[in-house]
Design a binder for this molecule. Structure first.
Ligand code: ZN
Length: 310
């Protein structure tokens, strides 16, 4: 909280800390809630906000928890969340609590993200500082005239639809587990030069695991299988591919599989088998590429592995 600037009410963080530490029973809690509500009303702030991580870096997901100050007969509408002109989906966490997930990427500039949160009682602005981060650099050299494998229209369309999936039910629960037992061979966010020329729109949109050929690939979190694609059916770049919808704009993709053991529509628990590591599609050797997308943007899965995001 310390890095955030809330434009209307500097006392808000302290009030929330008091609230979370309160243990003296319902009556006291109610009293405090009324005090809190009144304080917010008096200052004209419609929404309590908290974001994590406290010191986000490029590639991480900004997790914005919102608490509307609906009380008594007042009805507050669910907040809307905007960064610049882009509006992000907001989901209920029950009662007066809501949450928005805002992705950041290595292609963006570090610095403040001005987040505007509004509902029918007013608007709050948060400045979230996103720190710079060094990403590894890879130099790839092609023989002159050699063209890489081109994606087919079918796979581009189906993979784009997968990444754009935003479904209302939250299916994941707690920290994500590793989708394969191998070591990670290429981190998220690696940037590239091709034949000495910097690839401005490229970054490694996932995490690679070097488990051996045929080793198990499992669901890192619960979800619904929404894409199963095969190299022989036109997934030339991705190879055999599985897409899992974890709900509320969070989607995983697993590519280059040798084998797929799930079907579209199937519900998965964390740890359920999806298939096996392979080298199908545009791949130079057996590995798993796991991409994690938040509202259509590839974020660093490591944060989701190390932190339980409610
Ligand atoms: Zn990869």
């Amino acid at each position: 909280m310390k890095a955030a600037k809330i434009s209307h009410l500097p006392l808000l963080p302290q009030l929330f800390r008091s609230l979370s530490g309160w243990r003296s029973g319902l009556l006291s809690a109610c009293t405090l809630a009324i005090v809190l509500w009144s304080a917010l009303q008096a200052n004209g702030v419609p929404i309590g906000t908290k974001f994590t991580p406290t010191n986000p870096r490029l590639g991480e997901t900004l997790v914005l928890d919102l608490s509307t100050t609906k009380g008594g007969t007042t009805t507050a509408t669910p907040p809307t969340v905007k960064v610049g002109s882009k509006t992000y989906p907001v989901f209920s966490l029950g009662g007066e609590r809501f949450r928005a997930l805002i992705p950041t990427t290595p292609l963006e500039k570090p610095g403040n993200r001005e987040v505007t949160i509004s509902n029918n009682t007013g608007t709050t602005t948060l400045n979230i500082p996103v720190a710079d981060r060094k990403f590894p650099i890879q130099r790839i050299n092609f023989a002159p005239g050699k063209v890489g494998i081109q994606a087919t229209a079918l796979e581009l369309k189906q993979v784009a639809a997968l990444k754009a999936t935003v479904s209302p039910m939250k299916l994941w629960d707690g920290k994500f587990i590793a989708p394969n037992q191998g070591r990670t061979s290429s981190p998220y966010g690696v940037k590239r030069y091709y034949n000495g020329k910097f690839a401005t729109n490229y970054y490694h949109r996932g995490l690679d695991y070097a488990g051996g050929y045929g080793s198990a690939v499992v669901a890192p979190a619960a979800g619904k299988v929404v894409l199963v694609g095969y190299e022989k059916k036109g997934f030339r770049v991705h190879g055999n591919v599985v897409g899992v919808d974890h709900g509320q704009g969070l989607v995983s993709i697993f590519i280059h599989l040798s084998k797929i053991t799930v079907e579209e529509g199937q519900m998965l628990a964390a740890g359920d088998r999806i298939g096996a590591i392979g080298s199908t599609g545009s791949s130079t050797g057996p590995h798993l590429h796991w991409g994690l997308y938040v509202n259509g943007v590839a974020v660093d899965p490591v944060q989701w592995r190390s932190t339980a995001i409610e």
